[in-house]
Write a protein that binds this ligand. Sequence first.
Ligand code: KG4
Ligand code: ZN
Length: 334
Amino acid sequence: EKDLYILGIESSCDETAASIVKNGTEIISNVVASQIESHKRFGGVVPEIASRHHVENVTIVLEEALKQANMEPKDLDAVCITEGPGLVGALLIGINAAKAFAFAHNLPIVGTHHIAGHIYANNLMQPMEFPLLALVVSGGHTELVLMKEHGSFEVIGETRDDAAGEAYDKVARVLDIPYPGGPRIDQMAHESDEAIEFPRVWLEPNSYDFSFSGLKSAVINYQHNAKQRGGDINPYHIAKGFQDSVVEVLSTKTLRAAREFNVKQVIAAGGVSANKGLRTELEKIFNEEGIPFFVPPLKLCTDNAAMIAAAGTEMFKAGKRSGWDLNGRPGMEL
Ligand code: KG4
Ligand code: ZN
């Protein structure tokens, strides 16, 4: 069989990225331009600023991805582009760049789901085995996804309010930690040997859904009350208490689902899967359980285009093609 070289482009949030992946499994080049510095002073991603940066960066990352791969457009088989979910203005810039590039070089385009991308980041590390359970945790998502085969996604649980990463970023804000605060809270939790006891939100006994807004409020209330009493507030103890609660709920529900659906592999995906506390706990419980557990290296956990090319390759192989009327879908379902 002929090798497939796929160009992936990602621009759904605050990274502009392009990558070339061989056969959906091997990274040839992977270029990411991050905008974090521009959004920091606003404490979050500002959509209009994101769009402007994407406009400035998209051709640069695209050319750089080709250059690093030492390839020309004619060596490619398709262009895979994040269709959604994400910020509509941001999505449209990547989509229009993908369309222009594909049209100019006579290549097909394949609209790809961002979360499918996060999951398929794992396929760049080791072959995915089914049934597979994916815990997707990012700034915008918290989902347990059951996959019975390539390209099939069943969301068995999701957040009913804040995403895990969103909760991290909001708690960070309360503790005066700059955006995105997730990595710093993770680090502080590790440096603390004491934890404030915050609630674990389990919802109904059989539910695989999550809820993090109550936990976030508990942290805010704790700090507010402590301040009013004039007592000492130790942000390290708060960080560890918060992280312990998030990690316990995420890992307990993931283990229960892995058992119920008898999965052959468990993977973690999305920005929050970079979390050391979460990785360590999931590694421990699935090691004890005897189910292979994987999480991609940091660089592939956060937004990138190699994951889009990896997911898109499977869609392309299954015959999916998008038309020139491809549009951004901010609320696209998996
Ligand atoms: O997947 P991602 O790069 O972008 C989205 O698609 O949302 O995830 C970004 C999120 C942010 O909320 C960030 O705070 C969080 O992932 N994050 C972390 C860690 N690293 C990134 N949260 C907790 N611990 C970390 N080490
Ligand atoms: Zn993401």
